[in-house]
Ligand binder design. Structure first.
Ligand code: AMP
Length: 485
């Protein structure tokens, strides 16, 4: 199948061609015709599959079919994303594919001044791409009018819920018109996602592309066992001896990311850190420098790395394994994107054997172990509980959250400042969490009145069928994994 077979207009095809794309990816093949027909969509698709163009292209076409001059405060399309980086990425796609159409667009997220955003919205904008926290802040100030929204996209909905945005999203949804097209993209289908989908989507077309784990199949994965104290040395050696030019390195904590960045710099390897405690300016700058090959290594934490899309990123290193097996798949999905091959290296110390075991169980395959003679682990070193942050213990999330709350007090963070520069909202705290919430936290976030959100039986059956097909990708399975620990 070619792009020209999808029913897209010439101006869009021209922009696609200029990007060098001739063949639509599976999600594009399935989603574009359906979205063009104006149907609601529930798509099981993760980043790296080409999903962004899958909704951007048909959405632009549908907007172009009506000649509407957007009025003050009104918008025609809203795309909600979990992170600022993903919002910026999606906005870039709209720019790229919509370059021969003349729509106005605005990215809305925290960590940057609110006034320019309010000023643009006052004039009326066709397309808004936003993270929920700042958007709700603006909506609270009556800085945006959703009454003319024709299409709503929830991108990486699972991640938005993981980050605790459900209440913000629900408040925003109440402000939207009932008659609209809604597209929901999610890599996993937890109970919360199903509830959200059932309340939101009308007779959705269910689209499923390659299972999450298949992304990993294009990525060669390798584990090097190494002592914790020698990881930095091994990483420097790998980068230098293999002449890696562009490496994305994951650490478990923000503090760890800063420390490793400093150590790499000291070893003569240019590096930058990207995590939730960095200002938006610093994050954008670090990402731009990395994309432009001005820094060789980008050290990132999990949340900050969501939405990073760099064509043909060749190397991902798990300097520390993630606590949640699913995050491993997300991490290595940064490489091997859209059919490119990539390499994912994990440096595993004795403390992390259990985490590795859980990851291998989750991806249903053993990762190749490659022994490096000079870095043979010392058999006398015993496993110790994993530290999840300054003063953090083995407990997942609990301590980390306290830490985040505490840190936030001094952090001029994302969505944390209202227009008056005073009030901080909860979503900002959540937005900078470095990992998914604990099971307890998830329980606490369950809706108070489950009857209010009963799932339509038809949709429920479809979703259950989807879950059965992709057992290892559901958030349910992630929770099970946690429970077993
Ligand atoms: P996404 O899943 O939307 O984050 O896209 C992943 C990557 O695939 C991005 O770098 C896109 O530019 C690229 N991409 C999107 N569509 C295609 C296509 N049809 N052919 C090749 N690459 C694509």
């Amino acid at each position: 199948m070619k792009f020209t077979d999808l029913g897209l207009r010439e101006s869009l095809l021209k922009a696609v061609k200029e990007e060098g794309y001739t063949t639509p990816t599976p999600i594009q093949q399935q989603a574009i015709p359906v979205v063009l027909q104006g149907k609601d969509v529930l798509a099981a698709a993760q980043t790296g599959t080409g999903k962004t163009a899958g909704f951007t292209l048909p959405l632009l076409q549908r907007l172009s079919e009506k000649k509407i001059h957007t009025k003050k405060y009104k918008i025609r399309a809203l795309i909600l994303t979990p992170t600022r980086e993903l919002a910026a990425q999606v906005a870039q796609s709209f720019k790229t594919y919509g370059k021969y159409l003349h729509f106005t667009q605005r990215v809305i997220f925290g960590g940057v001044g609110i006034n320019p955003q309010l000023a643009d919205l006052r004039r009326g904008v066709d397309i808004v791409i936003a993270t929920p926290g700042r958007l709700l802040d603006i909506a609270g100030q009556k800085g945006i009018d959703f009454s003319a929204v024709e299409t709503l996209v929830l991108d990486e909905a699972d991640r938005m819920l993981d980050m605790g945005f459900i209440h913000d999203i629900k408040k925003l949804l109440k402000m939207m018109p009932k008659e609209k097209q809604t597209l929901l993209f999610s890599a996993t289908f937890s109970k919360e996602i199903k509830q959200l989908a059932s309340g939101l989507l009308k007779e959705p077309v269910l689209i499923e592309v390659a299972r999450e784990n298949t992304t990993a199949e294009q990525v060669s994965q390798v584990v090097h066992y190494v002592d914790k104290s020698r990881k930095r040395e091994l990483l420097s050696q790998l980068i230098k001896s293999k002449d890696w030019r562009q490496v994305l390195v994951f650490t478990r904590t923000k503090h760890g990311a800063n420390r490793l960045t400093k150590q790499l710099e000291e070893a003569g390897i240019s590096a930058a850190a990207i995590h939730g405690n960095k200002s938006q300016g610093a994050r954008t700058k670090a990402l731009a420098a990395f994309k432009a090959n001005e820094v060789r290594v980008l050290v990132a934490t999990d949340i900050a790395a969501r939405g990073i899309d760099i064509d043909q990123l060749p190397h991902v290193v798990n300097y520390e394994l993630p606590n949640v097996p699913e995050d491993y798949v997300h991490r290595i999905g940064r490489t091997g994107r859209a059919g490119q091959s990539g390499e994912a290296v994990s440096l595993v110390c004795v403390d992390e054997h259990k985490l590795l075991f859980d990851i291998e169980k989750f991806i249903k395959s053993k990762i190749k172990k490659v022994h490096i003679e000079a870095f043979t682990p010392d058999p006398n070193i015993k496993a110790e509980p994993i530290q999840n942050g300054r003063g953090g213990g083995q407990k997942r999330g609990g301590n980390r959250n306290k830490q985040n709350t505490r840190k936030k007090k001094s952090n001029v963070g994302a969505d944390s400042i209202s227009a008056h520069g005073k009030k901080k909202n909860n979503s900002s705290k959540r937005a900078d969490m470095e990992s998914a919430p604990t099971e307890n936290q998830q329980k606490k976030r369950k809706p108070k009145n489950p009857h209010a959100e009963k799932i339509g039986s038809d949709l429920q059956a479809k979703l259950d069928a989807l879950d059965k097909k992709k057992p290892s990708t559901g958030a349910g399975s992630r929770q099970n994994n946690r429970r077993k620990k």
